[in-house]
Structure formats: structure tokens, C-alpha cells
Design a protein around this ligand. Structure first.
Ligand SMILES: NC(=O)c1ccc[n+]([C@@H]2O[C@H](COP(=O)([O-])OP(=O)(O)OC[C@H]3O[C@@H](n4cnc5c(N)ncnc54)[C@H](OP(=O)(O)O)[C@@H]3O)[C@@H](O)[C@H]2O)c1
Length: 348
């Protein structure tokens, strides 16, 4: 029997991607759509500003949107969350008292007992859930996925770290408009423009990276021990974050070995054959002008990270460009993959 799912923030950019990812999902069935008071009580298709190229699934279009009432959790097995961070503490915590919550929101990401997960990168961090339940007395739990910018470069960085070590990383981003939410950036501010500031983004990227690549030691994450520097910029692209990445490795490398490490990288989702797992978490591109958002963001159903322009500048200094779909791999798809791994591990 399929697990009954609720989506918090179902009318938003990420909420819509959840609906798309969960449509005809073999394990999960969407039973509740929740949003703000503005939308509660209305038919979904009347209040969602649907921005995807696919149509709203007909059964979803007719559903009535509900408010953020944790009592709704009684009829659900899990909840996916894509709500603003300022309300997440109370709302996600309220739902986690009853059911597992898979969250896109930054609010709980850095708390010591909350797993911040990319299933290909740190599946063992799931173990934090046991201590979390004990400490908080929740029947459910919260598992988070990283910021859409962090996830794009951490997936390719993982096989590089494992094979060559990392001394420092610098990432300079070109981030899509959908990353700011539907009402995010006014059109007159971004048309013909680049905005070299995204509030709190650089701080999130720099700290989340070290938790994700940290080691689990007795119910605590020991953060990875290298520097991450970032510079984040909003560009006039609809979907897909492009990132220029510079890595100083610990050991010297041959370019061919880097490419091999990236293209052969597989994680637990691939070994378990999870429904949303892309065959290749990283796709290496040899063309001199790729990856590009319009051409490559949909690869692997939006779940693969494309990596190109792989260059060696000098001994131990690597440069590459990566691209990931910010509302799929960077948000809804990431949460769904976390939930699939939890299901495969019988945590739900
Ligand atoms: N966009 C991305 O690429 C991305 C990636 C990773 C993480 N995230 C995170 O995911 C979350 C959602 O982002 P988004 O881009 O989907 O934002 P969005 O398009 O602005 O959608 C926000 C959603 O939250 C609901 N909401 C807003 N205020 C609320 C309130 N006071 N009470 C209850 N519900 C409320 C909205 O409902 P109404 O329609 O009724 O207003 C809508 O469903 C944010 O925390 C964001 O940082 C986004």
C-alpha cells in the first residue's frame, strides 16, 4: 500500500515540483495539500500559480487546499515541507510530533540532532534520527536537504574528496530565478541584469558543505575540516543553478582520473535502485561550452548534476563548472529521494 503524503507549501515553486515528482510515484500518494490562510479552503488549481510546463494532475487540481494544522497529520504517513523559514520552526516541529517530515527549509538544517542529507553523499547521517526522537520525544522526525546551491557542487565534490582530498573550495554561482520563490525577484530588478547578492546564501553554502561532508561520531557530526568560500549571484535564468568551482586538492591528480572518479560515482540510491535515483548522479560533459541550463538541467529527470569545463590550472588546482536543477535536485527531488531512502531502510 502507498504511503499517504502531505505537502506543506504545496502552492509554491517547490510545492509544485513535489506534486510533479510524486505524480504516479510507486510508493507515495499525495493526500493533503497545505498552504497559507490565503489559499486554505480554495481549490488547488484556483490558487496555485502553476509555473511548470507539465499540466496540474487532474486529481490534484480539484483538491481543496488546507491550512497548516498539525492535526491533519493523523491521516498521513509522511509530510514534505517547502514553507518559508520564518514559520518552519513551529509548523515543521508541530508535524514532526506526529509523522516524519522531509524539509527543504533552512530552519532546522544546522541543528545538531537533525540530519542534513544527500543520499549519495552521507546516507549514514540518517542515524541521527534515533537520538533526535529520543531527545525531542517526537513520534516522527525531521530530515532536511541542503540549500539548492550547496547540493550542486557537493555531489561532484564528494568523489573528488574521497579520491584526492580537499584543502579548500571556492564556488561562484549563477543562480536561477525560481530559487527565490514565485514572488522572489521583481522583473524590473532582474531584466537585463545580474544581482551579486542573495541574502544569507553564502553563509548557508559555506557551513552546510562542511556538515554534509562531515563524519558521524556517536550521534554527532564532526564537520569536514577545509575552507569553503562562496560568492552568490542571481541571474536571469528560469531554472538551473550554474556554479564555477575551484578546488585545491590534497594530492595531485591527472584530469582523466578526476573525470573517471566523477562519472563512475554511485551512491546508495543507485545501489538500492530507489525510484527517484538518477542512473548517474554526475554526468561529465566534454563539449567546451557545456553545461548550460536550457540544455542540461533536465538530465536524469533533473536529478543528475552536469559537470563540464574540467581543467587543471596547476599542481593540485582543479577548475570545473557544474549545473543542477534547483527545484528538482536542489529541492523537491532531494526530499523525495531522502524519503525513499528512509522507506528502504524501514524508518517509515
Ligand atoms: N525555490 C528553490 O529553488 C528552493 C530550493 C531549496 C529550498 N527552498 C526553500 O523551500 C521553501 C519554499 O520555497 P519556494 O521557492 O517554494 O517559495 P514560494 O514559491 O514562495 O512558496 C511558498 C509556499 O509557502 C506557503 N506560505 C507562505 N507563507 C505562509 C504562511 N505564513 N503560512 C503558511 N504557508 C505559507 C505559500 O502558500 P500561499 O500560496 O498560500 O501563499 C506557498 O505554498 C523556502 O524555505 C525556500 O528557502 C527553495
Amino acid at each position: 500500500m502507498k504511503l499517504r503524503v502531505g505537502i506543506l507549501g504545496a502552492t509554491g515553486m517547490v510545492g509544485q515540483r513535489f506534486i510533479e515528482q510524486l505524480n504516479d510515484h510507486p510508493w507515495f500518494s499525495v493526500e493533503a495539500l497545505l498552504a497559507s490562510k490565503r489559499s486554505a479552503g480554495s481549490r488547488y488549481s484556483d490558487v496555485a500559480k502553476w509555473y511548470l510546463e507539465s499540466r496540474i494532475p487532474s486529481d490534484i487540481a480539484e483538491m481543496t487546499v488546507e491550512g497548516m494544522d498539525p492535526r491533519i497529520a493523523d491521516g498521513l504517513d509522511i509530510v514534505f515541507s517547502a514553507i518559508p523559514s520564518d514559520i518552519a520552526k513551529e509548523v515543521e516541529g508541530g508535524f514532526a510530533e506526529h509523522v516524519p517530515v522531509f524539509s527543504n527549509t533552512s530552519t532546522y538544517r544546522m541543528e545538531e540532532d537533525i540530519p542534513l542529507m544527500i543520499p549519495e553523499v552521507n546516507p549514514d547521517h540518517f542515524k541521527l534520527v534515533e537520538a533526535q526522537r529520543e531527545k525531542r520525544g517526537w513520534n516522527g522526525f525531521i530530515v532536511t536537504n541542503p540549500n539548492c546551491t550547496t547540493i550542486g557542487f557537493i555531489i561532484p565534490l564528494k568523489p573528488i574528496l574521497d579520491s584526492f582530498g580537499v584543502s579548500w573550495v571556492h564556488v561562484s554561482t549563477m543562480q536561477a530565478l525560481s530559487g527565490a520563490g514565485y514572488a522572489g525577484v521583481p522583473s524590473m530588478a532582474i531584466l537585463d541584469n545580474v544581482i551579486p547578492f542573495i541574502k544569507n546564501e553564502e553563509e548557508k553554502v559555506e557551513v552546510e558543505a562542511l556538515k554534509l561532508l562531515g563524519k558521524l561520531r556517536q550521534n554527532r557530526i564532526e564537520f569536514a575540516d577545509f575552507y569553503v568560500f562562496s560568492s552568490c549571484h542571481r541571474v536571469m535564468v528560469r531554472d538551473g543553478h550554474t556554479e564555477a568551482v575551484f578546488v585545491q586538492t590534497d594530492e595531485d591528480f591527472e584530469l582523466e582520473d578526476i573525470k573517471k572518479a566523477l562519472s563512475s560515482f554511485r551512491g546508495e540510491p543507485q545501489r538500492l535502485g530507489l525510484p527517484s535515483a538518477p542512473e548517474n548522479p554526475v554526468i561529465v560533459m566534454e563539449e567546451e561550452d557545456r553545461p548550460q541550463p536550457v540544455l542540461d538541467r533536465g538530465l536524469g529527470g533533473g536529478m543528475s548534476v552536469s559537470v563540464g569545463r574540467i581543467r587543471k590550472k596547476r599542481e593540485r588546482l582543479l577548475k570545473f563548472v557544474c549545473l543542477s536543477h534547483n527545484t528538482v535536485r536542489g529541492a523537491a527531488g532531494a526530499s523525495v529521494l531522502n524519503a525513499e531512502l528512509a522507506r528502504a531502510r524501514k524508518l517509515i
